[in-house]
Design a protein around this ligand. Structure first.
Ligand code: G4P
Length: 525
């Protein structure tokens, strides 16, 4: 039988992050095509129904055309098992992305060649850097007019402070794309189109030296640029890539499949395999230790018919077997894994076993919250996934007092799933708590779900806060005496002091010494 460490060595767990429309869904689909998980592109994402692609199932997502929820897809490529974790494309859900990144070992950043770094997603990329996730870059849509490759590299370096190291280099002007040169091997990979990329793109491989490309547009420019890159030594560097400091760059077109194989090969060859995960005391849990994992996503209501709750757990050590009893670390209670499954879009299939790097969905995970550890003896606790500093606040109440119970239950559920943070006044409780979010769409998701899933009509009111700080019991009384300041409690017990503006907060900090006012997330302002 394979040992967990052997299984881990053949796995790659990664995510794709991108601005909406840069091509994440298309690329995901092409990965599945190349991995043989689907036989023809278009099977997952039909042209008309493209917004109901595999990972988009929630009614609201379909309406809004954005991907709010995450799923994990597993497929084989070469002799490896690839776990692709989906991330929401909208920055309002960057906290969800952050949680997914806690569970991945690498990420692919997809950029649209015509647009480069888009402001809306800058935040997602920053999140990636914050977690020091090794980042591959795919510059997509090279089949149509766009910007020059050198200009795009400059932009990546300037805006993301990450050093781009092109692994492939495009031949042909954007819109008239012939192929890429693989800088590692010196081979020109020439592509041919297939019908909307429904099958793998046919490739011809020629050594650059000796290939006569004079009849290809952009051939001599590409050679000049390659020389320049060699001169500045912008080469793939494993050490800085793994530290999240440099990013191997690939050019291509997901739609026509150009460059997709090279990118997928890089996931196998360059991205790291699952490694022993450090616990809260920074001691790594050996891959061959008994099962352990942590929840990075909790999701309710996956299907209308089921209305259950699924915790997505990344396996960190050992062999997971369906039906095994594991311990839920925070409560110390045993947890049955009889209903473990993988999710492929909206289809569930039972998972019998899983290894480090894999994701299992545990159904009926009533008590499991984002960040919780599950294990089989000996005990382990992985570091919690820190909550973001909220930047937007609203008061919420139900407009139908007869539905107060449902309202409370709904809030509790959304809070536990991490859809939104619910802040309460210790003395007042749930009557009109404050919702705290990173992006406005989170409020929409919360109200939509409270009304449709829990049957509690709600009303949001503006709350005059824009900044939050962590505080403690000692400072609470004094802070509460200040006009316009409220001190509320988060589910995890943390006390948050809310202020109307950064300016006001600074004034208080200057005038009142000794108050505890800390950043919410370490490393953030
Ligand atoms: P997302 O998940 O990041 O939001 O992007 P998605 O893959 O849905 O792609 C957004 C649009 O960009 C789609 O067009 C898709 O076909 C197109 N696209 C993706 N990759 C490429 C590429 O390499 N080249 C070109 N030219 N287009 C690409 P759409 O018109 O919105 O949908 P559809 O009708 O084409 O499906």
């Amino acid at each position: 039988m394979t040992s967990p460490s052997e299984a881990a060595a053949s796995r790659r767990t990664f995510a794709i992050i991108s601005h909406p429309d840069a091509g994440k869904t298309t690329l995901t689909e092409k990965f599945l095509l190349y991995g043989g998980a689907i036989s023809e592109a278009g099977a997952v994402k039909t042209r008309q129904g493209r917004r109901s692609a595999t990972s988009d199932w929630m009614e609201m997502e379909q309406k809004r055309g954005i991907s709010i929820t995450s799923t994990a897809l597993q497929f084989r490529y070469r002799d490896r098992v690839l776990n692709l974790l989906d991330t929401p494309g909208h920055r309002d859900f960057s906290e969800d992305t952050y949680r997914v990144l806690a569970a991945t070992d690498a990420a692919i950043m997809v950029l649209d060649a015509a647009k480069g770094i888009e402001p809306q997603t800058l935040k997602l990329f920053e999140v990636c850097r914050q977690r020091e996730v090794p980042l591959l870059t795919f510059i997509n849509k090279w089949d149509r007019p766009g910007r020059g490759p050198l200009e795009l590299l400059d932009e990546i370096e300037e805006q993301l402070s990450i050093r781009p190291t092109p692994v492939t280099w495009p031949v042909g002007i954007p819109g008239d794309f012939h192929g890429v040169v693989d800088r590692r091997t010196g081979h020109f990979v020439k592509f041919d189109r297939t019908d909307r990329g429904s099958r793998a793109a046919p490739e011809e491989i020629h050594p650059v030296a000796g290939f006569d490309g004079s009849d290809l547009s952009g051939w001599s420019e590409a050679l000049d640029e390659l020389e320049l890159l060699d001169a500045i030594g912008a080469d793939l560097d494993a050490k800085s890539f793994l530290a999240g400091e440099s990013s191997p760059v690939f050019f291509g077109s997901a739609l026509t499949n150009f460059g997709v194989r090279l990118l997928l090969d890089a996931v196998v060859d360059v991205a790291p395999a699952p490694a022993p995960r450090p616990d809260v005391d920074d001691r790594p849990r050996a891959l061959d230790a008994p099962f352990s994992g942590f929840a990075f996503k909790v999701q309710a209501n996956m299907e209308k018919a089921h209305r259950d709750r699924v915790a997505f757990v990344r396996v960190c050590s050992g062999r997971f077997e369906r039906g095994m009893s594991v311990v839920h670390e925070p409560t110390g209670r045993p947890f049955s894994t009889k209903y473990a499954h993988t999710v492929f879009g909206s289809d569930r299939s039972t998972v019998e076993e899983a290894y480090p790097g894999d994701v299992v969905g545990l159904v009926n995970a009533g008590d499991v919250r984002v960040g919780d550890t599950l294990y089989v003896d000996p005990p382990v606790r992985f570091p919690p996934i820190p909550a973001f500093a909220p930047e937007m606040f609203r008061r919420i109440r139900t407009t139908d007092t007869g539905r107060f119970k449902q309202f409370r239950r709904g809030l509790e559920q959304l809070d536990q799933e991490g859809v939104i943070q619910v802040l309460r006044d210790d003395d007042v409780g749930d009557v009109e708590p404050v919702l705290a979010a990173v992006g406005a769409l989170q409020f929409e998701v919360a109200t939509h779900r409270l009304e449709n899933e829990f049957g509690a009509p709600v009303e949001l009111r503006a709350a005059p806060f824009n900044v939050a700080r962590r505080t403690d019991e000692e400072s609470m009384a004094e802070l509460r005496r200040l006009p316009g300041v409220e001190v509320l409690r988060r589910r995890d017990g943390t006390l948050l002091a809310l202020f109307e503006s950064e300016f006001y907060l600074q004034r208080i900090e200057a005038e009142k010494e000794g108050l505890t006012l800390l950043p919410i997330l370490e490393g953030q302002p």
